[in-house]
Write a new protein. Sequence first.
Length: 423
Amino acid sequence: MQNPLNRLSESVVKCQLIKFRRFTHRLKRQRWGRFRLRSGLISLALGGAAVVGVVVLAIAPAHPQNPGQDLPGIFPGDVADPVPLRIATHLMRPDAFEQDGQLVGFSVDIGRAVVERIHQGQTQPRPLTIKPYGQVHEMLAALRAGEADLAMAVIPITSQYEREFDFSHPILAAGLQIMVPEPAQQSRSAEREILQRIASPSLLRLSTVVALLMLIPAHVVWYFERKSQNSVIEHTAYFPGILEALWWTVLTLVGQAEEMPDAPLGRVVALFWVFVGIVYLTYFTAGLTAEMTLQELRGSIHGLEDLQNRPVALVADDTVMEYVEGRNLRRVTKFDQPELAYQALADQQVEAIIAPRPILLHFAAFEPKVRFEVVGTPFLEKFYAIAMPEGSAYRTPVNLAILALREDDTYAQIYQRWFGVAP
């Protein structure tokens, strides 16, 4: 049966052809004025536009009202047996792991929430299958081979991955951070802490000033005491007499000098130098005591600079390994699973863990074996997202679902559930 729109377009075309023939015939028989000629041409133009519009409506397909209806299975319509939506994930706690025979975790909950949001209002939603993989490269290989439609895990958005895959809006933005045991359980080296305090910039500056000032009393004592019979200086010559004066100055600074100058001016200088020694030793002792007390209260590791020459566990990709090695961290061991790194920290095989901040927050809140704490400020921030094959039709629906989850606080609830803090 012929389409009604087609019949309408044919009748409109025939009418316009008849009007055009009549117009040309009358134009030959009589002369028309410019006004009537223009009116006729305008009428013909409007009629032609109407013909084109009717033809376009007749042959053009209806534009879909739902932007996702062309995606097979997400909006299945009357499909009797839709193909399951295949999601690949990477087994890593708390991202995705098995608990009581079920697959749970941050990315698992995000994935299910995204698919549920996409299926809202659908009478026959597409079935969902989630397949876990032990390694990230295995999950991405399944995505390349067409064995998965989406890869939902904390996959970093890097230039290398961007060349191969499409990414959704970020589901996680986090930098790396350091986890250590609580201060009472940290391993310590008293010799190392004392040396670090002695080599501190403030004490080195003070010691340099005192060393320069030491030349003044040494020369005064040598000059006035060199000719005295009961002098602290045995030699009248500048060398080695000045060296003897310097040695007496050092002993006076630390309170160990047994003899004093005989000359009045020498005694005044000696009294002043004793006072300098008291101030210097008081500052040194107080600073060292305060530093060791503070280390006892808050621990000895606060940033990357404190991890040099210490055994460290790393839970991250190879680019992070290059980064930490560039910061002179040489005793770094890479772990594929955070549980192994936490066990090494609990057994004191390593002194710290470097990993993405949300992963550390999860174990700091929920790991019962050792009381951990996260120290320092985050560094080397990265964005993590859902990956899909390049040119995937799922990108727009997934992005819209992620934005909706953030707007109605569903995302914040999932984040709080697994990491113990608000995003």
